[in-house]
Write a protein that binds this ligand. Structure first.
Ligand code: AR6
Length: 169
């Protein structure tokens, strides 16, 4: 049984076995939570991302998939990078957003991670409406077959925190 917890704050300040990054397909960094993770985690994370680009993910990490690296200087053992879908008003990409959560948990299981911190994937630069993203994130984690004991959603602002809190009921 996975316990879901909510925290408001900066995910790079969290202590967990694994911290999930809302990356882009290049895996080479960006803004938002991605930028913050690379800044605080230091160059070891980017070095491993480059190796992934030179091997398994020559064309980048597709949306909906997940891959782990070291967490560098973060208070975690791993960063699990996943690429959320960009919000579209004309195409339903919900399954990709659900897949990010499922795949991140599958990778966490492979690693033996028991506590995993997630940001609100796709809700920043990728513009996914927070209420809908919170619903998909919570429903997917609730129904995922995983040995992860604690999923902690770390929400940057009060609006995101409240949206997730409404889903938890
Ligand atoms: N801790 C927790 N949440 C954060 C933090 C933080 N330090 N910083 C931002 N957020 P975003 P996306 C929240 O844009 O929408 C990057 O450039 C933020 O308020 O980080 O999946 C990547 O390289 C929002 O609720 O990710 C990609 O190009 C949530 O994290 C692209 O952005 C996600 O916002 C991915 O876009």
């Amino acid at each position: 049984m996975t316990t879901i917890r909510l925290v408001q704050g900066d995910i790079t300040r969290e202590s967990a076995d694994a911290i999930v990054n809302a990356a882009n397909s290049s895996l080479l960094g960006g803004g938002g939570v991605d930028g913050a993770i690379h800044r605080r985690g230091g160059p070891a994370i980017l070095a491993e991302c480059r190796k992934l680009r030179a091997s398994r993910y020559g064309k980048g990490l597709p949306a909906g998939q997940a891959v782990a690296t070291t967490a560098g200087e973060l208070d975690a053992r791993w960063v699990i990078h996943t690429v959320g879908p960009v919000w579209s008003a004309t195409e339903d990409r919900s399954e990709l957003l659900a897949s990010c959560h499922r795949e991140a948990l599958r990778v966490a299981d492979e690693l033996g991670a028991r506590t995993v911190a997630f940001p609100a994937i796709s809700t920043g630069v990728y513009r996914w409406p927070i209420e809908d993203a919170a619903r998909i994130a919570v429903e997917t984690v609730r129904s995922a077959p995983t040995d992860v004991e604690e999923v902690r959603f770390v929400l940057f602002d009060e609006r995101a925190y409240d949206a997730f809190a409404r889903q938890l009921g």
